[in-house]
Design a protein around this ligand. Structure first.
Ligand code: HEM
Length: 412
């Protein structure tokens, strides 16, 4: 039950000038201060670098409504000049470009592969990949870049193995993801990179059609060729989501989790020391770090209202786009007590970092497993882990989809 005063429904005719969005964070992992004044207003009007103006929802309750109410459509966004930070319009065809019933049909092809029980079977494999990477780092000796040497190759190797991307093409997946996530590539570069990448995708599909294997590519090819459940365009769309969404997010979060644990936090408990002393706390700590770290710079995929819909007391008219800030919702004091503190054993942690509702992250169990194993193994293998450079020398990324550091130089 909300404790906020009810403001009645406001008609969209009284709208103020749009705020410039996203609120780019230039340093650190704190929630951008410009979200604070929005806490007491239901929706704000925002203008992104490209596309139409949008409504921004920041309250936990409103964010969950936008993400789960079928009156807010993702499929519509593909047909519109959707608000976005990069030039590239969103491609159709995949899970995050469809609404039910198409979405339900596409997701049913993959959902069995991503259940908690199925993913738990991968724990040993994830541990072995992590240990292999740490062996190399320990052998070479400190210092090391925890981002490049560990946070990147762990999820990358795993998703490429699960999908069935040949080892020699892992680098291509990375360069394609870099382009997609930079938001600043010129149309010519984008076009060239897309042509290159999708030519490789066609090569993998051809190889899997000739020689099926025990991987997700084979599963998708069968659903397309034998069962007729998905079209070739949908297959490629889903594959693209699995490959890009399957490592970029986790890579960034591994780096961010360690940055948060290693950076000095005056007036806060020694988070790293606590995890070292109580490794059984790691699964809960992962949930709390997922809540706390504002991974996406407010850049969730816009939804379009299919009909006039009241949201947080504001009338969103049919055809208007709405963006949600998961980062702000995760710090909403109505949903989390003491939201700006990291509390590993926080009870009932209803963060929305994996989304909410029908598009809830397909890879959430996989991501959790990777994040847990990453924390466990690094803490066990690198006693005395600490930053290798003064805090002032750390280089934060700016104006990109994902917040975080360029490199994370560590010693142990
Ligand atoms: C820390 C890591 C991750 C985070 C924070 C994350 C976050 C999210 C979020 C917020 C959504 C919902 C988007 C929306 O509703 O607009 C989503 C969807 C999705 N994620 Fe993740 N993700 C992570 C890891 C992964 C991994 C490892 C995979 C690999 C399988 C993956 C695959 C997907 C897919 C396919 C969707 C679309 C689901 C649908 O539309 O039904 N994600 N993710």
């Amino acid at each position: 039950m909300s404790h906020r005063p009810s403001q009645g429904t406001t008609d969209t005719a009284q709208r103020p000038e749009p705020l410039s969005y996203p609120f780019w964070t230039t340093e650190g992992l704190d929630l951008h201060p410009d979200y604070r004044p929005l806490r007491d207003q239901p929706l704000a009007k925002v203008r992104l670098p490209f596309g139409e103006d949008a409504w921004l929802a920041t309250r936990h309750e409103d964010v969950r409504t936008v993400l789960s109410d079928p009156r807010f459509s993702l499929a519509e966004a593909v047909r519109r000049d959707q608000p976005r930070i990069g030039r590239m319009p969103r491609a159709g065809g995949g899970l995050i470009a469809t609404d039910a019933p198409d979405h339900t049909r596409l997701r049913s092809v993959l959902s069995k592969e991503f259940t908690a029980r199925r993913i738990e079977r991968l724990r040993d494999r994830v541990g072995r990949i992590a240990d292999g990477l740490l062996d190399r780092m320990v052998q070479a000796g400190p210092p090391a870049d925890l981002s490049e040497d560990f946070a990147f190759p762990l999820p990358m190797t795993l998703i490429c193995e699960l999908v069935g991307v040949p080892r020699e093409d892992h680098g291509r997946v990375r360069s394609w993801a870099d382009i997609v996530c930079s938001g600043s590539a010129s149309p010519e570069v984008l076009q060239k990179e897309a042509a290159d990448f999708f030519a490789r995708v066609n090569g993998w599909l051809h190889a899997h059609r000739q020689e099926p294997a025990d991987d997700l590519l084979t599963l998708l090819v069968r659903a397309c060729d034998e069962d007729g459940v998905i079209s070739e365009e949908e297959l490629v769309g889903v594959l693209n989501e699995l490959l890009v969404g399957g490592f970029v997010t986790t890579t960034n979060q591994i780096g961010n989790f360690f940055s948060l644990l290693l950076l000095p936090r005056p007036d806060e408990e020694d988070l790293l020391g606590r995890l070292r002393a109580e490794p059984a706390l790691i699964p809960k700590a992962v949930e709390e770090l997922l809540r706390f770290v504002p991974l996406l710079n407010g850049l969730t995929l816009p939804r379009y209202a299919l009909e006039d819909t009241e949201l947080g007391g504001v009338l969103v008219r049919a055809g208007e786009p709405v963006i949600v800030s998961q980062a702000a919702a995760n710090r909403d004091p109505e949903a989390f007590s003491d939201p700006d503190r990291v509390v590993f054993d926080r009870p009932g942690n209803a963060h929305v970092s994996f989304g909410y509702g029908t598009h809830y992250c397909l890879g959430a169990h996989l991501a959790r497993l990777e994040l847990q194993v990453a924390l466990e193994r690094v803490l066990a293998r690198m006693p005395g882990l600490r930053l290798a450079v003064p805090v002032a020398e750390l280089r934060w990324r700016s104006k990109q989809f994902f917040s975080g550091l360029h490199e994370l130089p560590v010693t142990w």
